[in-house]
Design a protein around this ligand. Sequence first.
Ligand code: NA7
Length: 536
Amino acid sequence: MKYDYDVIIIGAGMAGMYMLHKLREVGLSAKVFEAGHDVGGTWYWNRYPGARVDIESQEYSFSFSPELEEEWVWTERYASQPEILRYLNHVADRFDLRRDIQFNSRVKSAHYDAANHLWRVDTENGDSVHARFCVSATGCLSVPNEPNFPGQERFAGPTYHTGRWPHEGVDLSGKRVAIIGTGSSSIQSITEIAGQVGQLYVFQRTPNFSVPAHNGPANPEVRKNWLANRAENRMAQRQTLGGFLSSVPNEQKASETGDNERRKVYEERWADGGFAILGAFADQSSDPASNALVAQFAAEKIREIVRDPKVAEKLTPKDYPFGAKRLCVDTGYYQNFNRPNVELVDLNETPLDTITEKGVATSEKEYEVDAIIFAIGFDAMTGALTRMDIRGREGRTLVDSWAEGPKTYLGIMVSGFPNLFTITGPGSPSVLSNMVVSIEQHVEWLADLFVFMRDSNMVEIEPTAHAQEFWVEHVNEVSNYTVYNYANSWYLGANIPGKPRVFMPYAGGVGAYRDLCAAIAANAYMGFKLKLADQG
Ligand code: NA7
């Protein structure tokens, strides 16, 4: 049977854009369906005030084109969302990507035709195409956790979700605003809007650890040094745990370090900013006593910054280890709670009862506001995949296959779903890493696979059930050596009612993961079943 494209790519964020570029390079035809009006994915949708990357700009950028890297100059140490979106538009123009991207086209379904080894992909607009391979590049944090608060439809004013912020912007100046949630999106938003709004009520269910970014104008020297050692830096980045070099892990153990020396290390890393503190000591993530020391240091910092000791206490996480929930990186978050117009409402003390016509009511009182911001996160990692009607062999749905939580081989393929690929899917390092590094690794590995299949006349690839089982177990086992299982986080699906509690990303690090993927490819794609064209 004839087909329209070698590959259909779903999504034109960083992953879909690079996949398209790479496929062109290797001579395969591809088409991208993108739900949004333009490129950018996560950075297209997440336009809330203060949205910014938590990894240093030069590290959070594509490495596949040295020319691109030479010509693009980041203006801040940590790039803001508008700047990243400008960069992605530049990438789209520079590599002429848009001609193969169909915008405003949300994929509704993808069904596998096993007899012909083809995917049929349908959009909500009525497009229907066939391709040999289907690559989902739908992002890990792309489906907002929909607010479902009692009475929310009664609220008379406007409501916003940080993950779907209006493109035309929102003027909150002088307004009374409620923000629900205190994750990264909220922390960044609060810092931006606290000085503009009349009154801000912050509704907190669980406090988060947040560390200062120490953002500022990009240092030309840093850029010069980075470019002078570009290739080495990129190679080194790919062999780290998290996919970035700016926080070199310390090999010392906190448990074996004296009080003064330990304090010095924490202070230096706090002063460095961002994720540096995650690598403060080698045993921080594995030894609860060592973890408690860094948590104590962070708690002291909160108490130093926040003047009201009761508020500082409420802002301090106590029920989970440092780093077990995604660490937040801020530009003066805690300081906002010293402002007279900012009030923290602890939902553990006074639970949120209902949303009223005028505002938010807790068990204690009604907070009258002009606008409500839902900063309540995403249906992470699986949300975008399970929302499409994806059917593999014998019509089995992905939703059914993942009823007990996502199961993949290497986070890139699912048994029973031949020729379907999930860039940065559950079971890959993805959200525990610099996404750009992880995206590039998946894209390049896939392009090599497609070329191998084309050149050897293969029409189908699928992981064996056994290999998938092994990988699911391995992902689980590795997570047991970390702190991640000790918090109710979105890594575990705990933020979405009814979602199976399974630790989704691979915590073994991008370096080890890359080496394993390469070894699997070099060993005739061990763990995968491949089918030749004439095998039927
Ligand atoms: P997060 O990190 O999932 O944060 C969502 C916040 O919203 C978090 O504080 C939640 O509390 C809170 N939340 C969620 N549902 C509710 C309800 N029903 N009531 C009250 N509070 C609620 O999402 P973000 O968008 O901030 O960040 C996502 C990632 O984007 C981030 O980690 C970076 O990788 C970038 P909880 O902790 O669940 O008690």
